[in-house]
Every structure is written in structure tokens, then in C-alpha cells.
Design a protein around this ligand. Structure first.
Ligand SMILES: Nc1ncnc2c1ncn2[C@@H]1O[C@H](COP(=O)(O)OP(=O)(O)OP(=O)(O)O)[C@@H](O)[C@H]1O
Ligand SMILES: [Mg+2]
Length: 478
């Protein structure tokens, strides 16, 4: 979980928030029935006594039959996979990438390029657009072969080299089979590139993941391959959102990758507004998006890393919530609800992935916090954790291990632990919860291990009743 996406309730950016965040319109009154919870689905149009039962087969008919009043274009325009026709505020980066690649059009070898910047700053979108424009040119198609990988989907260095080689295999017999040694695959790949005599532009998106999975050996192979080629050549474009990933690389690999570098800075709120307006114009009917909606989505996303993906997701979720409410327009209020839901989803996902004892510890913290409606001291937490473990018939872990879990929960942004002095009693830590209490407890109670702890639930209980302690004196969020 990104520390910036804690599942806390929507907070207005402070009055002295950076100008980059833009002007946030006045907060609409949050619907108490929805804060942080999923938006309710409107009741069926004909319900109640006497209504004819709807057969499961017709379950989607009503939803599909009612034409959406909000959309003019395909909803896919708000999906991550959509390729926009223009990329506002990335003109400089587009030109820089094009400049690095231009020598390939003159049959010269382009420099290797490293693109880095935080998530959602348009790195992949820019490279894709440059690639499309590049391949529009006939001389490029004749001389250059683009091969792009998202390294998140590449399992091993072996499969990477094999796939590159097989791109150039003219016939089945030339293909590199599985089962050869890595050295043999490497040599075969090199021969296949040489035989075709083209410039290969190899895009390694999320390159840091490749290094984490298989070390930097494969980058060494690829970055020095030109010394072994005469007709063919390889230029690398590495893309990463881990700004430090090159620190641990072999010095030769690092200097070769760093021949050219382009930084993608986070978007500022006014830039995100432009990006969102482009999408909104394409996807929504005129007048559907109320003033303040775009500004609010942009401001939230600007405060959280300037991530365009986040801004677009907020707009998409806001529209979905408006649609389910059968609203005729998307309002700033819908954006507030969308933000709460988005944040909560992130928290629930994070909580589910915790190790078992960490889940029990978090549950103990939440119980203590709920009871006190404020910070809990580590001693109380350990006591609560021990009781819960016993209830679950698990031997409790040593306090030192629990201290480590407290640090882990803090680094995930779920809690905040402040050191407090207790006079002669020494120092202890006071723990504040940074996420919606009831919802997080419920997410934990859904866990197989903790379900025996579940408290009775009301059917209609979908609210974050004690989302935050209004009287808390703990640290404020940035
Ligand atoms: N300038 C822009 N104009 C329009 N859409 C943009 C712009 N920048 C980013 N986007 C959109 O935002 C989303 C995220 O962009 P992209 O995938 O390029 O980010 P990234 O920097 O590669 O992120 P990550 O590091 O997570 O891979 C995509 O849907 C993309 O189309
Ligand atoms: Mg990307």
C-alpha cells in the first residue's frame, strides 16, 4: 500500500497546501450513510408486495435496458488500458524520447535511455506514443524492430532472451526451444538479431522488477551485446518508478543504462485538470459533469503523488457512483464518496495480505482504540493481543516480534506509533489508528483465522461509524 493512500476519510487539503494542489472547491456535505462505504444500489424500480419476482435470468436486463444518461462515449475511455490521442503536459518528454530514438531513422545506434518517475506520471503512455509515431515512418519500419516487455510479466532472464530471439526467427526451425542452457539461448538470440541486421529498440517497462527477480546479469548481457554484433544492434529503454533501482547495479551496467535519462515529474493539479477535461469531454454528455468535479479529482490526486491514473480512476468511480444513484449529473459529492471507497479498497486489500499474528495485533489495536476512542499504549496492546491469541488457541509471539509488527503496520500507513515519555516509567509508544476502525475490523473478521472474533452485524451496517476519533489529539495527516 502506498503510504499516501491510507484509508482515512476525506480530508480537505490544508489551507496552506502547496499551490500545486490547485484550488479545491468547498467540501460538499458528506452523506453520512455512505462515508467510506460502498454506495448503495438503488432499490429495484418495482419492488415490494405484489411485485412479480425477477428471475435471475433477467437480472441485468433493467440495468442494460436503461440507457446511461451520463455517457456519450465508451466507458473504456476511463480505463487504464485506453490510449489517449494526446498527452497534455508531456510534450517535453515526448520530444526528448523522440530525440534519443531519431538516430535509428538514420541507421545509427540510439543511446540507451532510462526513464524514471513516480507512478502514474505518463512514462508508459509517452513511450507508447513515441513508438506509434516512430513506426508510422516507412524508414523506421524497414530498419527498426521495437520489442516491449512489461517486466512484471517476465518470469526469468531466460524467457526474456528467448522471446527476443524468437521475434527474429524466420522459420520454426530457427526458434529457440525451451531446455537449452542460458549461454546457448544468449548466443542464439545474438545470432538471430545479427542475421536480421536490424536495430532493436528494447523497451523494458518496470525494469526494476526484472532486476529484483533475476539480478542484473541479463542487463549486462543486453547492454554489452553491441560489442558482439556487426549488422544488428540493440538500444535499451528502461522504465522505472523506483528512482533508486540503479544504485545496486554493476557499475558497467549502470553507466550503460544511464547514457540518457529522462525524469517524469509528478503532475500538478492544474495539469491533472487538463488531462481529466480531455477524457471527460470524450466520455460524458455535455453538462453532466458539474463544476468542481474535475478540480476535486485533480486536487486529491495531486496531493497523492500527482498520479494521473489515480485522478482518472476517481473520475471513473465518481461516475459509477452517480450512475448507481440514478443521478443525472456527477457532482463533487460523488467524488468525495469515490475517494472514500477507493481508499477503503486499498486498506482492505492491504489488511488481507498481513501475516496471521500481524492481523491479530492489528485487531487488538483496533479494539483498544475503539474502546478508548483515542491512542492506545503498547502495553495495553500487547495484553489485548495475548488475550486474542489465547482465544484463537495460538501461542502468542514474544513482545519483540510484536514490536517489529508495530513498525511494519506503521510503515504500511495503517497506524501511527508515537514515543511518549512516562516520567520514571520510561518511554512507551502511543498508537493511533490511521484507517477506518469498524470497516478494518470487519475486513479482519472476514478472515478465516479471525472470524470467531466477529461481532454481530446489522444487515444495513455499511457505515464507518467511528471512522476517526473526532477528539483525537494524535498527529495530523500531511
Ligand atoms: N499526459 C497525460 N495525458 C493523458 N493521459 C495520461 C497522461 N499521463 C498519464 N495518463 C494516463 O494515466 C494513466 C497512467 O499513465 P502511465 O501508465 O503512462 O503511467 P506510468 O508513469 O507508466 O505509471 P507506472 O509507474 O505505474 O507504470 C494511463 O491511463 C495514461 O493514459
Ligand atoms: Mg508504466
Amino acid at each position: 500500500m502506498q503510504p499516501s493512500t491510507h484509508g482515512r476519510d476525506v480530508e480537505e487539503p490544508a489551507a496552506d497546501a502547496p499551490a500545486a494542489a490547485g484550488n479545491l472547491p468547498a467540501a460538499p456535505a458528506a452523506d453520512p450513510g455512505l462515508v467510506g462505504g460502498s454506495p448503495p444500489i438503488s432499490p429495484p424500480l418495482s419492488s415490494g408486495a405484489g411485485a412479480s419476482p425477477v428471475s435471475p435470468a433477467g437480472l441485468f436486463d433493467a440495468a442494460l435496458a436503461a440507457p446511461s444518461e451520463l455517457y456519450r462515449g465508451s466507458r473504456e475511455i476511463l480505463q487504464d488500458s485506453f490510449v489517449p490521442s494526446r498527452l497534455p503536459h508531456r510534450e517535453y518528454q515526448l520530444h526528448q524520447v523522440a530525440e534519443v530514438l531519431a538516430p535509428a531513422l538514420r541507421a545509427e545506434l540510439p543511446s540507451n535511455l532510462l526513464i524514471y518517475g513516480k507512478i502514474g506520471t505518463g512514462k508508459t503512455a509517452v513511450v507508447n506514443q513515441v513508438r506509434t509515431e516512430f513506426l508510422r515512418r516507412p524508414e523506421a519500419r524497414a530498419r527498426v524492430q521495437f520489442i516491449a516487455f512489461n517486466c512484471a510479466n517476465v518470469d526469468t532472464a531466460y524467457s526474456l532472451l528467448q522471446t527476443i530471439g524468437n521475434t527474429f526467427a524466420a522459420k520454426e526451425a530457427d526458434r529457440i526451444p525451451t531446455g537449452w542452457s542460458l549461454d546457448r539461448v544468449q548466443a542464439a538470440m545474438r545470432d538471430l538479431i545479427e542475421a536480421r541486421g536490424m536495430t532493436v529498440v528494447l523497451v523494458l517497462d518496470e525494469i526494476d522488477r526484472l532486476v529484483k527477480k533475476s539480478g542484473d546479469g541479463v542487463l549486462y548481457t543486453l547492454s554489452q551485446i553491441n560489442t558482439e554484433l556487426e549488422k544488428g544492434r540493440v538500444a535499451l529503454i528502461g522504465i522505472s518508478n523506483d528512482l533508486k533501482f540503479t544504485d545496486g547495479l554493476d557499475a558497467r551496467v549502470r553507466s550503460r543504462l544511464h547514457e540518457e535519462k529522462i525524469l517524469f515529474p509528478p503532475y500538478e493539479a492544474p495539469q491533472l485538470q487538463d488531462i481529466l477535461r480531455d477524457r471527460a469531454r470524450e466520455v460524458f454528455r455535455d453538462g453532466v459533469v458539474e463544476p468542481g468535479v474535475i478540480e476535486r479529482c485533480a486536487a486529491y490526486a495531486a496531493l497523492e503523488n500527482g498520479d494521473a491514473r489515480r485522478a482518472i480512476s476517481l473520475l471513473r468511480l465518481s461516475a459509477e457512483i452517480a450512475e448507481r444513484e440514478r443521478a443525472k449529473r456527477i457532482t463533487p459529492d460523488h467524488v468525495v464518496k469515490a475517494k472514500n471507497r477507493y481508499d477503503l479498497d486499498v486498506v482492505v486489500e492491504c489488511v488481507r495480505s498481513l501475516p496471521p499474528h500481524c492481523k491479530i495485533l492489528l485487531y487488538a489495536i483496533l479494539q483498544g482504540y475503539e474502546r478508548r476512542r483515542g491512542g492506545v499504549l503498547t502495553g495495553e496492546v500487547y495484553e489485548g493481543y495475548t488475550k486474542l491469541s489465547q482465544k484463537l488457541s495460538l501461542p502468542p509471539l514474544h513482545p519483540r516480534s510484536i514490536s517489529n509488527y508495530v513498525i511494519e503496520l506503521e510503515s504500511l500507513g495503517l497506524i501511527q506509533a508515537n514515543v511518549v515519555s512516562r516520567g520514571r516509567g520510561g518511554r512507551t509508544r502511543e498508537i493511533f489508528v490511521e484507517v477506518p476502525v469498524s470497516e478494518t475490523m470487519r475486513a479482519l473478521e472476514d478472515d478465516e483465522l479471525l472470524k470467531v472474533l466477529a461481532r454481530p452485524r446489522l444487515l444495513s451496517q455499511t457505515l464507518l461509524t467511528n471512522f476517526d476519533n473526532p477528539n483525537r489529539t494524535g498527529p495530523s495527516y500531511g
